[in-house]
Design a protein around this ligand. Structure first.
Ligand code: FAD
Length: 373
């Protein structure tokens, strides 16, 4: 069997890896568009405390996505990949109002009954919270969730791609166009070179609509710009600092190299406007300083831009794209793609090879976002 994977963000990378491990012939075509989401996204994996956790469809995939990580990481280690950019450092849900924390604690304890991977849940006062994340605002108390993890999207994607290559996946750089002959999807072309395949996986992130349009398929998926700041600290060992989850989307996480990442704007309607805006940068920096005033002395090292693939709702688009029996889509992971992406990619690989699916994927039917014209 021969499969073409179009797009090598976290979703396509994972699918290609799991296909290659099954000895399938895989060709991965990727243009690495400016603003691809995986390279910008860094990287909270802690779905249990999310405001979206009340949405069952979203939660099911996000919960499974988070639980899938340890298995993926050990597979990658077996393939010789040590620098995978993933670490379970725990998460601090921070609030100034203790009653809000009571409610959150109650919900997370309830969720733990079916998700033991949540780990320990510990209530911390302001001083104890600052022992875990020293730059935190003194007004904030927290709940510590030991199962929370952080991931560097680019580092993980690169590790998965290297491992996929070890299992025989072939990588082609460039922009793919789909090939249809006698109404059958036969493969894809890149710069005039044609590649045939039995199945094609559309893992093209926010760029999927332009890939599908020539085939008369209108895909309702939009880019949502995110600007995310990387702040370098001097002589701080940040390697074990937990993720910080405030009530807004302005989370924070640290990496091993004395770096704190403060995310992120959510700019619906941005199109593919690859620009740092004064308003966007000011929003992420100001929100970060509100939560952790101690960051003020840090160096603003970099602000990254990424386009989240936003579908018709917050849940992924996963399944076969009609009228083609051999076109599969794995997309629309929006703001949660680093949490769900590796798992969704693995499910896409099972779908393509016709294996029994671990979960019922019918709620994620991609045709809810695709119209045949
Ligand atoms: P992408 O990573 O965008 O990859 C798509 C790939 O397809 C690209 O490389 C592109 O070049 C390629 N492509 C497209 N069309 C073609 C074509 N025709 N030919 C060849 N190649 C093509 N998620 C979390 O879970 N937690 C977080 O904390 C988090 N933070 C984020 C912060 C920011 C600022 C952003 C932008 C996103 C964040 N996300 C987070 C979301 C997550 O990053 C995305 O949902 C995820 O990376 C999407 O992965 P993808 O593989 O679908 O798309």
């Amino acid at each position: 069997m021969k499969v073409i994977v179009i797009g090598s963000g976290i979703v396509g990378a994972s699918a290609a890896y799991h296909l290659a491990k099954r000895n399938i012939d895989v060709i991965v075509i990727d243009k690495e568009h400016q603003g691809n989401a995986t390279a910008a996204g860094a990287g909270i994996v802690c779905p249990w405390a999310s405001s979206k956790a009340e949405d069952e469809k979203w939660y099911e995939m996000a919960k499974r996505g988070a639980a899938f990580y340890p298995e993926l990481i050990s597979q990658l280690q077996e393939d010789g990949e040590q620098n995978v950019g993933y670490k379970k450092v725990g998460a601090l849900c921070v609030r100034s109002n203790p009653e809000e924390l009571d409610q959150i604690e109650h919900k997370i304890r309830d969720k733990k009954k079916k998700a033991p991977e949540i780990g320990d849940i510990t209530r911390l006062d302001s001083t104890q919270s600052r022992e875990r994340f020293p730059l935190l605002n003194e007004r904030l108390e927290s709940i510590f969730i030991s199962g929370g993890a952080r991931v560097d999207g680019k580092q993980l994607r690169d590790a998965i791609n290297r491992a996929a290559q070890k299992h025989g996946a072939v990588f082609v750089q460039g922009e793919a166009e789909l090939l249809v002959k006698k109404e059958q999807l036969t493969g894809a072309s890149v710069n005039g070179q044609e590649f045939s395949a039995d199945s094609v996986l559309i893992a093209a992130g926010a760029w999927a609509p332009s890939l599908l349009k020539p085939l008369g398929l209108e895909c309702k998926l939009e880019p949502q710009r995110g600007q995310i700041a990387h702040i370098k600290l001097q002589d701080e060992d940040t390697s074990n600092w937990p993720i910080i989850l405030p009530p807004t989307s302005h989370y924070m996480l640290a990496f091993d190299d004395s770096r704190v990442v403060a995310g992120a704007t959510r700019e619906t309607g941005s199109g593919f406007d690859y620009r740092l805006t004064a308003g966007g940068v000011s929003e992420v920096v100001n929100e970060a300083l509100e939560v952790a005033p101690g960051l003020g002395e840090g160096t603003l090292q970099e602000v990254r831009i990424g386009f989240r693939p936003m579908g018709v709702d917050q849940s992924p688009l996963l399944g076969t794209v009609q009228p083609f029996r051999n076109m599969v889509m794995a997309n629309g992971l929006g703001a949660s793609g680093l949490t769900m992406g590796p798992y969704v990619g693995c499910l896409a690989a099972s779908l393509i090879t016709g294996e029994n699916m671990e979960i019922d994927i019918s709620p994620y039917e991609p045709m809810r976002a695709v119209k045949i014209k």
